[in-house]
Design a protein around this ligand. Structure first.
Ligand code: 7TS
Length: 420
């Protein structure tokens, strides 16, 4: 008879085999660092890239390289087809209604700047308010600050509690007739908190306020369904989703994007130009001035294929196990304090240690071949909220293993030996 114990054991064996199969696809993971096996736990900064993404980009440069949207020649047509195919893949990945809603950008940062600039020019004026939360990455703070400076609007901030969760009543209290837009992270890069974005969006919608979701840290870990979330905007970066740097997406509801002016001017975003008048191109091209990162777009397409081809049951079980194992092990070490204890977390464990600066911890871990990020993680207000200058952040991806968590824990013991 199958007991619950051996079901778990079987699952563990199956998961281990699954992880090795995944690891095989990432050549960099075979590298050694300081004569140790590389333990890469800095995935929230950027993930590693599978063979299929490397191959797609290599193939593009070897066989398709040419500019897109403008040539009648063979290469240009093939490159355009490949690039535009990625738009459909992205639409399907996000469950957007139309490819007109998929704007390609350089990444989350540019996606947010695009909205702050263009939506801001059309809809935000002096006396208005922009609402964000206390756990945002700088790229979901500074573009709004710049907009507020330009227009005379005010930046409002919904606070978080000690566990690192948004205080929903406070957020709700800050939504009012002056609020023009809300910007909030789906998953916090510094704390790992998964926000109840669907609920937060519906609260904003009661006041007819549009919402931008910063999905940079969610897209690699969660299934994203923009129609179910009902957000007006969703921003993400390819490089955190096993794809290349320099490429990202802004999803926007078609009627909202239609009402927004262009962000940048240049080639591709126009239908016709005279010195007297320029007629802008249709969506999404209206927001895509100039030659884009074509190879990176094609690499992102391969990353989307990789992600959609995964067994998501295995992904969430495995990533949950990693997070739990790291949280349990670090909680047992005296002098270690985890920052961010939200009920729902994804991908990230941030911590500090008594009497040792995070940078020193990072340097000692590096000597063991372990890559973590130390610092404020571009979320200085979060550090301020907890009264700390920095944390050590271990962040996980599907290819990480329990052995790597054990290596991290051994590394922390080494730090204690050195400092005590
Ligand atoms: N939003 C969040 C929540 C992020 O984590 C990041 C990058 C960004 C926006 C900006 O993304 P980019 O691709 O445009 O740079 N976060 C991190 C990090 O945590 N460590 O390095 C980059």
């Amino acid at each position: 008879m199958m007991t619950s114990e051996n079901v778990v054991a079987l699952n563990d064996v199956a998961l281990e085999a699954w992880t090795s199969m995944i690891r095989e696809q990432f050549p960099i993971l075979k590298n050694r660092v300081h004569d140790k096996n590389l333990v890469y736990l800095d995935n929230a900064a950027t993930t590693q890239k599978p063979e299929s993404v490397l191959d797609a980009m290599d193939h593009y440069y070897r066989h398709l390289n040419s500019n897109i949207h403008r040539g009648v020649h063979f290469l240009s047509e093939r490159a355009t087809e490949a690039y535009e195919g990625v738009r459909e893949k992205t639409r399907s990945f996000l469950n957007a209604a139309s490819t007109k809603e998929i704007v390609f950008t350089r990444g989350t940062t540019e996606s947010i700047n695009l909205v702050a600039d263009s939506f801001g020019r059309a809809f935000v004026k002096s006396g208005d308010e922009v609402l964000i939360t206390a756990m945002e990455h700088h790229s979901n703070i500074v573009p709004w600050q710049l907009l507020c400076e330009r227009t005379g609007a005010s930046l409002m901030v919904a606070p978080i509690d000690d566990r690192g969760e948004i205080i929903v009543e406070e957020y709700e209290r800050l939504l009012n007739g002056r609020t023009r837009i809300v910007g909030l992270a789906h998953v916090s890069n510094a704390l790992g908190t998964v926000n109840p974005v669907k609920h937060l969006i519906s609260l904003a919608h009661r006041h007819r306020i549009p919402v931008l979701v910063d999905g940079a840290q969610a897209a690699p870990h969660l299934r994203i369904n923009v129609r179910d979330l009902d957000c007006e905007f969703y921003a993400l970066s390819a490089h955190k989703m096993y794809g290349p740097t320099g490429f990202g997406v802004l999803y926007g509801k078609q009627n909202v994007l239609e009402a927004m002016p262009p962000y940048q001017g240049g080639g591709d975003m126009i239908r016709s130009v005279t010195f007297e008048k320029t007629i802008f191109n249709d969506l999404p091209y209206k927001f895509e001035a100039g030659t884009p990162s074509i190879a990176e777009g094609i690499g992102f397409g391969a990353a989307l294929d990789f992600l959609t081809g995964l067994d998501w049951n295995a992904v969430s079980t495995h990533e949950h196990h990693l997070l739990q194992a790291a949280t349990d092990a670090l909680s047992e070490i005296s002098g270690v304090r985890i920052i961010g204890n939200a009920a729902e977390k994804a991908g990230v464990v941030s911590f500090v240690m008594d009497d040792v600066h995070p940078h020193d911890i990072g340097t000692i871990l590096d000597q063991e071949g372990i890559a973590v990020r130390t610092g404020h993680h571009c979320a200085q207000p979060v550090m301020l909220r907890y009264g700390i200058p920095a944390t050590v952040r271990a962040s996980f991806a599907i290819y990480n293993t329990k052995e790597e968590i054990e290596a991290l824990v051994r590394g922390i013991s080494r730090v204690k030996e050195v400092f005590h």
